[in-house]
Design a protein around this ligand. Structure first.
Ligand SMILES: NC(=O)c1ccc[n+]([C@@H]2O[C@H](COP(=O)([O-])OP(=O)(O)OC[C@H]3O[C@@H](n4cnc5c(N)ncnc54)[C@H](OP(=O)(O)O)[C@@H]3O)[C@@H](O)[C@H]2O)c1
Length: 322
């Protein structure tokens, strides 16, 4: 499978390095808004082709999958153009600026029969299966509480602080604990409570969200872009609990029984970077003729975008494209 990267930025570099070590998936081209930048990125990561516009990359007939790695505000346009040209897309999280854009993209993908996926890497990682197996085997009894945290001080980055780039904590970092909760328990939400601190420019820089899920499950999320956190996640059940060392990229999963006794430590299998799994999932789904990856179906991408829209609305965080 030949991949073309759109946007020669920070995460694009990590992906290029990952794909360089991935069997059966090849990074063929990079597209940037400027040719010089595309060329120097291509040279740095050993990518054969460089394009000075996103449109030119989308016209390359040898590209099977386009990976969109621009700020959230700039996912919509290349995704719509790619689907219009029949190109499969893997779009970085948050999938779009809002649910309106998300619906338009997913509807177009359905209409054209083109594969589209959200690059929320934790959905595709093996840690998800380890955690879900512990729960389904009854190792912690009935799940009652989920707590997921993720905070990194990244307020120096324009795309994090600027409303026109869809900045803020929720779409960039808060999306991981939200996905963690949904992966552990996707029961319908009965009640939502939240608190948020806004920046001078009006984006959410720190937040706490509590979700009451059907079946008596309470989930709490802490996330921020202005401080450093321990970034762990916990799933508490009637017989014990699971503690995950990193909500964003689990490495070690600990199982405790009643009384806080450590029962088992499970190391997540070695990976290249952890990003390879989302590409494997795309390749697998595309080979099966699917238009969405089973581990992150379109309905789930839309559900989370709608949830994030309603949280932002409650906090008064608005983007120009809302
Ligand atoms: N999965 C993860 O772990 C992870 C980690 C970090 C980021 N991300 C996601 O990846 C996406 C990009 O994040 P990033 O940290 O890589 O961003 P970044 O370093 O700022 O790069 C984004 C790239 O987007 C392009 N771009 C297009 N329009 C732009 C505009 N108006 N302003 C700035 N850049 C623009 C630029 O590429 P050209 O100049 O080459 O066109 C830029 O280099 C976001 O959706 C983010 O949430 C995911």
């Amino acid at each position: 499978m030949n991949v073309g990267i759109i946007g020669a930025g920070h995460i694009a570099g990590k992906i290029a390095r990952t794909l360089d070590q991935t069997d059966g998936i090849n990074c063929l081209a990079v597209g940037s808004r400027t040719l010089d930048k595309a060329k120097s990125f291509a040279e740095e990561f050993g990518i054969p082709k460089a394009y000075g516009s996103y449109s030119e990359l989308l016209d390359d007939p040898d590209i099977d999958l386009v990976y969109i790695a621009t700020p959230h505000s700039h996912h919509f346009e290349p995704a719509m153009e790619a689907i219009g040209k029949g190109k499969a897309c893997l779009v970085e999280k948050a999938f779009m600026a809002n649910a309106r854009e998300t619906k338009a993209v997913l509807e177009k993908a359905k209409e054209k029969g083109v594969f589209v996926a959200e690059a929320i890497w934790t959905r595709y990682q093996p840690a998800r299966d380890i955690i879900n197996r512990l729960i389904s085997y009854g190792r912690i009894g009935r799940v009652c509480q989920i707590s997921a945290t993720l905070s990194h001080r990244v307020t120096h980055l324009p795309r994090i602080i600027r409303p026109e780039l869809c900045g803020g904590t929720l779409l960039d970092i808060g999306i991981y604990p939200l996905n963690f909760v949904r992966m552990v328990c996707d029961n319908p939400i009965e009640k939502i409570g939240s608190q948020c601190v806004l920046s001078d420019l009006g984006v959410d820089i720190s937040e706490t969200i509590s979700l009451t899920l059907e079946g008596g499950v309470l989930a709490t999320i802490h996330s921020s872009v202005c401080c450093e956190g321990h970034n762990t996640a916990t799933v508490s059940g009637t017989e014990g609990c699971i503690v995950v060392d990193n909500t964003n990229n689990p490495g070690l999963i600990r199982l405790y029984s009643k009384g806080g006794r450590l029962q088992e430590e499970i190391a997540v299998p070695e990976s290249i970077s952890g990003y390879e799994y989302e590409f494997f999932a795309c390749k697998d789904a595309m080979e099966k003729g699917l238009i969405e990856p089973p581990r992150m179906p379109h309905s789930e991408t839309l559900y989370l975008m709608e949830l994030m829209d309603s949280l932002r609305k409650g906090w008064g965080v608005h983007y120009p494209m809302d």
